[in-house]
Design a protein around this ligand. Structure first.
Ligand code: FMN
Length: 245
């Protein structure tokens, strides 16, 4: 096994959902931002990066947030909270940004000329992504489903094509980024607790979030207290969740 795999294994074994953090003692203020800079390098659907991260450091906001997180100890004792948002509402803007970056990267490869292959690749974001994200008040969703159904008789076809499927996809990508963030927090010598137990409406009001922003998860961060791990790590037998074919 490579050294990096041994280190990675240690981090995976170390990371636990920690429900109580030390409220006294120092907290490295750079750790969260540094870990979020790593989180945005996570794989994400079509590189659309339909996520946003709000780092909550203000004591008064943290107090309000702890109440909105149903008074959970993890939120009450955290040094900081990170709110992982899904911003599917920004798909058009993000798509334009991705295209602009991609065009610049292609041009850098070929002395400023876009080849036919580049133009074909760009069509994915210029044509494909808008089709996937538009719902046309539901009508387009139905049309996309029907098209996929009939096309599926002839060839392998993506079936998850509605705007609701895109919502799920954006949450999937945000969750992967959340995990990268938590692994980074472990690597930095701190602890975390992912939470979906919160009142989304209250959180949205406290942080003045855009109405269409969805909260994927809230992550409490801090130095774990010895009483912060509530029990041994329990998992189903591996054989029950694994098969090789
Ligand atoms: C999406 C998600 C939501 C979670 N929400 C909460 C929560 O609201 N409160 C909490 O104490 N733990 C929460 N957890 C932590 C899980 O309970 C925990 O990861 C699980 O019991 C396994 O324990 P381990 O992470 O220590 O291995 C959440 C975990 C995930 C992935």
């Amino acid at each position: 096994m490579k050294n990096s795999a041994i280190v990675f294994d240690e981090l995976v074994q170390d990371r636990r959902a920690v429900r109580v953090f030390e409220t006294l003692g120092s907290f490295d203020k750079d750790v969260v931002k540094r870990s979020l800079e790593r989180a945005v390098l996570s794989p994400n659907s079509s590189n659309m990066q339909l996520w946003e991260f709000v780092q909550v450091t203000s004591p008064s906001l943290k107090e309000k947030m702890a109440a909105a997180c149903l008074g959970q100890n993890a939120a009450k004792t955290a040094s900081e909270l990170v709110v992982v948002l899904v911003r599917r509402d920004l798909w058009k803007k993000r798509c334009e940004q991705v295209v602009a970056q991609q065009v610049a990267a292609f041009k850098a490869e070929t002395d400023g000329v876009l080849t036919d292959k580049h133009k074909r690749l760009l069509k994915y974001w210029e044509v494909g992504i808008p089709i996937l994200h538009k719902s046309g008040f539901g009508c387009l969703n139905i049309l996309k489903r029907i098209t996929a159904f009939f096309q599926g008789f002839k060839k392998a076809t993506p079936r998850q094509v509605t705007s609701q499927d895109m919502r799920l996809s954006a949450h999937r990508s945000a969750a992967i980024a959340a995990q990268t963030f938590m692994m980074s927090i472990t690597a930095e010598g701190y602890d975390s607790c992912p939470m979906e137990g919160f009142d989304s409406q209250r959180v949205s009001q406290i942080l003045n979030l855009p109405s269409k922003a969805e909260i994927a998860m809230i992550i409490a961060v801090g130095k774990g207290s010895p009483k912060g791990v509530y029990g041994p790590r329990l998992r189903l037998p591996f054989e029950e969740v694994y098969r090789v074919v």
